[in-house]
Design a protein around this ligand. Structure first.
Ligand code: MG
Length: 169
């Protein structure tokens, strides 16, 4: 099959709440009485975006690239990891077209923070904020999300080829 020049990827992530700690989504610290547990800053939204971009570019996944056994990634800002992913995607000869994200959270309200989240991601991926969709939904008090045990995020990304591949397979 010939290369159509554009590819899509999908990503998903979940992190459980913990009593202490910061809640960071899309690189924005959101005031809340709990944070998310994880090796990095537990930014489930950016983790989903990164896996979507990596999948679109035919690369591996964040679990392989940034293993949670590596002390370098302890408490690291996921915006720094997103920047690394962006460079990998560019290294494969792709630019980012757009990303679209759904956050699944019973609480807190995500909507007030959407403009800042879009700006963070747009700046890092060299796209316009209109190319970064951020939506949020509750799970109507059902399941692990509905019981407020954590937050999940799902993302899709489109990348397009702007020059021959420079990276090695
Ligand atoms: Mg994660």
């Amino acid at each position: 099959m010939s290369d159509p020049g554009f590819r899509v990827g999908v990503g998903f992530d979940f992190h459980p709440f913990e009593e202490d700690g910061r809640l960071v989504l899309g690189g924005v610290t959101i005031p809340f009485d709990r944070g998310l547990r994880g090796h990095s800053d537990a930014d489930a939204l950016l983790h989903a975006v990164m896996d979507a971009l990596l999948g679109a570019a035919g690369l591996s996944d964040i679990g392989s690239l940034f293993p949670d056994t590596d002390p370098r990634y302890e408490n690291i800002s996921s915006l720094i990891l997103l920047e690394k992913v962006f460079r990998l995607v560019r290294g494969k000869g792709y630019r980012v077209g757009n990303v679209d994200i759904v956050v699944l959270a019973e609480a807190p309200k995500i909507q007030p923070h959407v403009p800042a989240i879009r700006a963070n991601i747009a700046r890092t991926l060299h796209v316009s904020p209109e190319d970064v969709g951020v939506k949020a939904t509750t799970m109507e008090e059902r399941g692990v999300i509905g019981r407020r045990e954590g937050i999940a995020a799902q993302a899709v990304a489109l990348v397009y080829r702007d020059r021959p591949e420079t990276g090695t397979r």
